[in-house]
Design a binder for this molecule. Structure first.
Ligand SMILES: Nc1ncnc2c1ncn2[C@@H]1O[C@H](COP(=O)(O)OP(=O)(O)OP(=O)(O)O)[C@@H](O)[C@H]1O
Length: 227
């Protein structure tokens, strides 16, 4: 179905020969905001890595943004990642260049050529995360929250069909986490599809949404209790 962005059926997720999650059935539809929660070591990162081709899917079925994860070849991975926006806990900005050049680097690496188009796109994504005036700054001149907003802008560059955010607030204090979360909420309201791994239950309560939980090698949908 055109509306389904991610679907796993009876999937098993391994780190080498170690089974991390089994019988995983997950569907994410276009426009969804979905949390993936679970205690440390329950497999959230392994789950995310399987989705962006860092771990192979060897059991069950999986499709993500029209890629079949069981048939994914090494050469397909860059093309898969162009359709995904990936945000990590530790921002992963290039420290030797300013924010605009960080974004330019990604555009060039993904085949963009026209200078004006690239400049426009960079302005647009920086505006979306409230960082338009800071493009000349280097990562070390920005706070953690600002760096994460830039990382979100970077994830938006190629209009991803799905944004995978693995503990995006994991390195941030509670106030800054809320600010970054507001950015993610805003881009979700604008129609982006987001899957976010987190162990920050305060955010879940503040911004309730569909929630999947990793526990005992399984992934369940949990119903949030309203207070
Ligand atoms: N590279 C690896 N090789 C082998 N086992 C691994 C590897 N990375 C993680 N694991 C194991 O896989 C299990 C799940 O780890 P994972 O990082 O997916 O959990 P997590 O829920 O994301 O935890 P955290 O919140 O601490 O990041 C753990 O038991 C971990 O020890």
């Amino acid at each position: 179905m055109a509306n389904v962005v991610l679907e796993l059926k009876n999937a098993a997720i391994y780190q080498r020969e170690n089974l991390i999650l089994s019988e995983v059935d997950v569907t994410v539809n276009k426009g969804d905001f979905v949390y993936l929660i679970g205690k440390t070591g329950t497999g959230k990162s392994s789950f995310m890595k399987t989705l962006y081709g860092d771990l192979p899917l060897t059991e069950g079925e999986g499709t993500i943004v029209d890629f079949n994860l069981r048939k994914l070849k090494e050469k397909d991975i860059p093309y898969l990642r162009r359709k995904l926006g990936i945000v990590f806990q530790d921002f992963k900005l290039l420290t030797d260049r300013n924010i605009k050049d960080n974004l330019l680097f990604v555009l060039k690496a993904t085949g963009w050529k026209d200078k004006n188009n690239m400049d426009q796109k960079i302005d647009l994504v920086l505006e979306k995360v409230g960082m338009k005036t800071k493009g000349f700054k280097f990562p070390y001149q920005l706070s953690g929250g600002e760096q994460q907003r830039v990382a979100i802008a970077r994830a938006l560059l190629n209009d991803p069909e799905l944004i995978l955010a693995d503990e995006p607030t994991g390195n941030l204090d509670p106030q800054t986490s809320v600010e970054v979360m507001e950015v993610l909420q805003e881009i979700s309201r604008n129609g982006n599809t987001i899957l976010m791994a987190t162990h920050d239950y305060a955010l879940l309560l503040k911004y309730p949404s569909k929630t999947l939980k990793c526990d005992g090698q399984r992934v369940f949908e949990v119903v949030q209790k309203t207070v």
